[in-house]
Design a protein around this ligand. Sequence first.
Ligand code: NAP
Length: 268
Amino acid sequence: MDLGLKGKVAFVAGASSGLGYAAALALLKEGCFVAICSRNEERIQAAAAKLAQESNSNNILPVVCNVKDEAAIQAAYQKVTDHWGKMNILIANAGGPPAGFIDDFNADQWREALELNLISTINLARHALPAIKAAARDEGLARILMITSVSARQPIPNLYLSNTARAGVQGFAKSLSEELGPLGVTVNTIMPGFTKTERLSELSEAVQKRTGQSIAEIEASWADANALKRMGDPSEFAATVAFLVSKPAAYITGIGMVVDGGRVKHLV
Ligand SMILES: NC(=O)c1ccc[n+]([C@@H]2O[C@H](COP(=O)([O-])OP(=O)(O)OC[C@H]3O[C@@H](n4cnc5c(N)ncnc54)[C@H](OP(=O)(O)O)[C@@H]3O)[C@@H](O)[C@H]2O)c1
């Protein structure tokens, strides 16, 4: 299927590794021009070099940007539009907050997590709007996709911070999809289940500290909770990203797409 993404410009946040990196790679392979950001110059440059090698494309713009910093987001977007003259697609993403239960976090840690996963997403979307609306008007393809978590649909016991922040993003995305729908801009979220990235190692180490289980036991229990009895590969997640921002997905907006191997047991 032709996804209609050739020559479109995408901004993928939190893309030096993990799900953001995999999403950037999938979009490059579809012929997009892709700006990638993360907090760390060395890591984002290394990711750009690796992406060029893996995708056989040089249409990559690495940008240092901490998505918690609103001014840095604005500066990053300016670089993208100065470089390529437009921006069709935003993939909002960042790292995840620490694991823990109600007594583990003080008010500052709650604020920190909401800044990392909720406020950053709002600011990434707000400041992308001028370019995204222009892309809808000029090229008929404009997409906002926010990476949240399966925890927004079914909270994960030790992930209070994530469970809470992601639920906020779901509300924001749904609101924005209503407002931008008449312009032809689609706004969706994508909710990964347990997928093999650095984040997953962070989470398994947190569980190991609390329970004393081995990493292998923890990962086996996660896999066992899924209908498919295995964890996800970032490329599987990225394939869904590419579809959701594609031209054929023009009639899909306001949804949360779960990519979790059948972890969540809801009926519809
Ligand atoms: N993997 C899973 O199983 C899973 C499941 C559900 C939800 N999620 C969520 O999906 C998102 C991506 O997960 P992942 O597995 O790809 O995580 P990851 O492997 O830890 O990668 C996170 C990426 O975000 C970047 N980053 C972190 N904080 C940032 C910030 N403030 N500003 C800009 N970039 C930032 C990191 O790069 P630098 O260090 O270079 O800045 C890195 O490239 C996270 O929010 C995670 O909680 C993941």
